[in-house]
Write a protein that binds this ligand. Structure first.
Ligand SMILES: [Zn+2]
Length: 256
């Protein structure tokens, strides 16, 4: 084998490995290579959290009705341009006690965006969400979960914690409420952050099946002895033994 051929094979192999590594770092849900990424909550309680991406959208009010009926609090990762389109729905999400996060301005995949565009996407969404809802998000989830160094640079400046997910309902594919519930509940364990969608990044697909899946998901989670808590609670650090003791002490004092 001549030297040129050996060099060519070496170069192609190296380039492939580097490309695979960058792809994993950006697309890997649990990858920590480009920056700190939360993908699961505390596992010492029987709790899980529901999260909804890509809204607000035309199906969000129906979803909010179902969540209210079952007294469940969720987290909504909002798209800035959709908040501009549906400001009242974004305000209703907050008014009904749900948490909100930044899901970019126009749902671009950051691996193919310039540093400037990435900053614009995160900053603009933060600005619109904050001025519309009067709440400044403290958490972010990038479109399709794709993170880059520029994304982490932007979120660091905005002091946003990145929260991915543990289990998905795959409701962006064509599916029924049953399919979504089965996908979510089959994989859910203590600490799971569940990914669903109340909107569509292109504003086309209906999320009716997702709305219809909620009562099925709630019933099946109950069967598995899992309760739904807010993301904030799921991500809070476990109490220390001293704190638990203190709390018991306070409860016992209060009950006497
Ligand atoms: Zn999305």
């Amino acid at each position: 084998m001549n030297t040129v051929l050996i060099f060519a094979i070496f170069a192609v192999t190296t380039a492939t490995l580097v490309a695979a590594l960058v792809y994993y770092a950006a697309y890997g849900i649990r990858s920590q290579l480009f920056g700190q990424t939360v993908w699961r909550g505390r596992t010492d309680t029987n709790a899980v959290a529901l999260t909804f991406d890509d809204g607000p959208g035309k199906d969000t009010p129906a979803l909010l009705d179902v969540l209210r009926k079952h007294n469940v609090k969720a987290t909504f990762f909002l798209i800035g341009s959709r908040v501009e389109q549906f400001p009242r729905i974004a305000q209703r999400i907050v008014a009904e006690g749900h948490e909100i996060g930044n899901h970019s301005f126009s749902h671009r995949i950051f691996l193919y965006c310039s540093r400037r565009r990435t900053e614009f996407e995160m900053n603009k969404a933060q600005e619109i969400i904050t001025s519309t809802t009067k709440i400044a998000p403290r958490i972010a989830r990038p479109p399709c979960g794709v993170r880059t160094l520029s994304y982490f640079n932007a979120t660091r400046k905005l002091r946003l914690k990145t929260v991915q997910w543990t289990t998905a309902g795959f409701d962006w594919k064509k599916c029924t409420a049953d399919d979504i519930a089965r996908a979510v509940v089959g994989d859910a364990t203590a600490g799971s952050i569940i990914l669903l969608h109340d909107g569509d990044s292109e504003g086309k697909a209906s999320r009716k099946a997702t709305v219809d899946s909620i009562p099925l998901i709630l019933a099946a989670l109950r069967e598995k002895n899992l309760e739904i808590v807010s993301l904030r609670k799921l991500l809070s650090p476990p109490e220390t033994k001293e704190e638990k003791g203190e709390l018991l002490h306070q409860i016992s004092l209060g009950s006497t």
